[in-house]
Write a protein of this length. Structure first.
Length: 186
């Protein structure tokens, strides 16, 4: 059974280290996993219940459809001022509706990423886990990867075997959670 995992990126920058982590994930995903990168969070209007009607923006419909079709999700995010980037929080708000039956309800979700400083984005990652949990996803708190950007020495994360292996392991464990015991462990 092939598992589809939605990939959300909390950074809009083209050269961000977190976008590079997404690249590593796409390159190294296990064969039984289909990673579906939704790279349109910057197109979402700010969440407003008044506009959350049958005629929502096409980007919102596309996000909700991608989440509905996925078996699980992985969120790759930096830390902005010690918390969740606004673009990601906005996506969480859109995905949480309609309340109680959002597109990620009950689906396994992991949060990873990189940020400056010795904690590597841990505060943003914890806040992201909390928000997605409240929105209905089944957040896997034990699947973590918080990388201080300084440890990469300015290199692309694909040049770090440790980071590539840890990211692949997170994806594999997420796939196991989504599919049950039919997906082999690495």
């Amino acid at each position: 059974m092939r598992v589809t995992i939605l990939v959300l990126l909390g950074s809009l920058r083209k050269a961000s280290i977190n976008r590079q982590l997404v690249e590593v994930a796409l390159e190294s995903a296990p064969e039984a996993v289909n990673l579906k990168f939704f790279d349109r969070l910057g197109e979402l209007p700010f969440y407003n219940e008044d506009i959350d009607t049958k005629a929502v923006a096409e980007s919102v419909t596309a996000l909700r459809e991608a989440a509905s079709e996925a078996d699980a999700a992985i969120v790759v995010t930096p830390e902005h001022n010690g918390s969740i980037p606004a673009v990601l929080k906005n996506a969480i708000d859109w995905l949480s509706r309609p309340w109680g039956s959002g597109a990620l309800k009950g689906k396994p979700l992991a949060v990873v990423g990189a940020a400056r400083g010795r904690y590597g984005g841990v505060w943003a990652h914890e806040e992201t886990r909390k928000s997605f949990g409240i929105a209905g996803a089944r957040v896997l708190d034990d699947l973590k990867l918080s990388t201080p950007t300084e440890t990469l020495g300015g290199r692309h994360p694909r040049h770090s075997l440790e980071i590539a292996m840890r990211l692949r392991s997170v994806i594999q464990e997420l796939a196991v959670e989504a599919a049950g015991p039919s997906v082999p462990h690495p």
